[in-house]
Write a protein that binds this ligand. Sequence first.
Ligand SMILES: Cc1cc2nc3c(=O)[nH]c(=O)nc-3n(C[C@H](O)[C@H](O)[C@H](O)COP(=O)(O)OP(=O)(O)OC[C@H]3O[C@@H](n4cnc5c(N)ncnc54)[C@H](O)[C@@H]3O)c2cc1C
Length: 375
Amino acid sequence: MLDFRFSEEQEMTRKAVRDFAQKEIAPGIKERIASEQYPRDLIRKMAGLGLTGMNIPAEYGGQPTDWVTIGIAVEELAKVDFHAANIVFFDSNTSILMQLASPEVQQEWLPDIASGDKVILFGATEPDYGSDLSAIKTKAVKTEDGYIINGEKTSITFGMQGDAIVALAKIVPETKRMTPLLIPMDTPGVSKSAIADMGWEPIGRASVIFDEVKIPHRYCLGEEGKGFYGAMHLFGVARALAGLQALGLAQASLDDAVSYAKQRVAFGKPIGDFQGVSFKLAEAATNIEMGRWLCYRTLWMRDQGIPHVKESAMCKWWCPEVATQIIHDALIIHGHVGYSKEYHLEQRLRDVIGLEIGDGTANIQKIIIARDLLS
Ligand SMILES: Cc1cc2nc3c(=O)[nH]c(=O)nc-3n(C[C@H](O)[C@H](O)[C@H](O)COP(=O)(O)OP(=O)(O)OC[C@H]3O[C@@H](n4cnc5c(N)ncnc54)[C@H](O)[C@@H]3O)c2cc1C
């Protein structure tokens, strides 16, 4: 039988994350944006609530839960602080790849991720290849002691602050087969440089260069050449979670716009009395509702083991696009004050655009959906 309610535990998680976000995360947002750093102490506080170990087995210190619940946490955090949501987003994502590692390597890294002491990055994109991922050039040469890696990754979220990167590389360069390799950021030969971005300031992106970087065999995650499957497994949830991050930003902006429309008076009445304003609010509420159910259903499909590549691509192209429009409309409804940095709207607009590109643009998602329809 169909049941569109969240479970009691899921509702409790939503409330716990909402309360935590208001109390612990909301204060200091502006300072974090100005400092372009996300404080580790705050990540550890998030870990205290289990938010960094939601996809980590209990034996490695995590508090594993279902993907719908992870979606709830990401959505609630994004309403208050998109950057906190983004940390939970990529923590739960990179944990997918880390679970391809041997128990020894998982024991070495996962407890520190769960406790918020370490953050792992994902390195797919290169300066010349983003959408066309299988064309990447980063090369790993297998030796008796391990692998020697040369190449460059770019656009790496949290790149200046992370502790290790799971980078996709090719062991046989002339094939499309990629292998995820775990590379601690303090390994000799790894260098990084920050990218000056229009949003995401406390998270940031970086280029990461590998120059004769040596790692042991055990840091090859899973079978050699099977990285594409690992990446697809990751994108399956990442794209639904990206949708919920975007919708969290949109919902917060809609809430602001509703309050403002009730109290701002023009031509002798609240601006919410004008259909030009109220219809925008109605459209936003409708689009958010539709997007949420698409994302939660996709995560539910993942929890049930049902294939969801097409659905997650739908979440990824549609939700950030409508969220961008909703935030833009909310800003315009705020008139001259919406354009000010005093309000969160301009920050949300700059942040949400990053979600339109990261993990694949709308065009790439539509290619995935169309391929499924036409095959
Ligand atoms: C905020 C942010 C965070 C990111 N974080 C990470 C990260 O942590 N790790 C990581 O590896 N990468 C990350 N990325 C990179 C991101 O995944 C890539 O930017 C994305 O996949 C697009 O690749 P590209 O930038 O090389 O664009 P390109 O592939 O060069 O595409 C350029 C344009 O052409 C269009 N295009 C390309 N091919 C086609 C086609 N076949 N049909 C139609 N249109 C096409 C695209 O839609 C795009 O608009 C991040 C990006 C951003 C903006």
